[in-house]
Design a protein around this ligand. Structure first.
Ligand SMILES: [Mg+2]
Length: 166
């Protein structure tokens, strides 16, 4: 691969689902529930600002992925977010991770390995996922509690990483 095609590759940012994009309205500000009957099929509630942030990151030239340890199917995740006008560039769920990352490895690999998918920044609520970053070569942003400035902070972090010297 020459330098030109390398520089044209978009930087990838990925999000965990549970407790990051999917949150409880009891503890977090959320996007409105879907209207009937979709609210019966898709019960998860999105953290307020999720569609704005994903669309803004894509507008800024990033690829946005989902990296979840849950077994929700790709189709379920795609269709849920379609109702909020969000289209991810890639989705890694537990099935895909087990097949493509864990595979037949004798050693148990971490539950997520964003570097395996050339993801430069992964957003997750779990300390264990974030703390393994340096060892396995990926960068993280830890997000858990309600934070009215989460969108700005994540964009800032993504821009910071994009501008790091390679
Ligand atoms: Mg989580």
């Amino acid at each position: 691969m020459n330098n030109d095609s390398y520089s044209e590759e978009k930087m990838r940012v990925s999000f965990d689902l549970d407790e990051v994009l999917f949150v409880s309205p009891d503890t977090h500000k959320t996007e409105p529930a879907l209207r009937f009957p979709f609210n019966k099929i898709y019960k998860e509630r999105l953290r307020l600002g999720t569609p704005d942030l994903v669309n803004e990151l894509q507008r800024l030239g990033y690829e946005v992925w989902v990296y979840t340890s849950s077994f929700r199917t790709e189709r379920y995740i795609k269709n849920l977010f379609k109702h909020y006008k969000v289209h991810f560039d890639g989705i890694v769920n537990a099935q895909r991770h087990l097949k493509e990352v864990q595979g037949n490895n004798k050693t148990i690999l971490p539950q997520k390995l964003p570097s395996r998918y050339r993801i430069s920044l992964h957003i997750d609520d779990e300390t264990v996922v974030c703390s393994l970053g340096p060892q396995y070569g990926y960068k993280t942003y830890q997000l858990d509690a309600e934070d009215d400035e989460w969108k700005e902070k994540i964009i800032k972090e993504a821009e910071h990483i994009k501008n790091l010297p390679r």
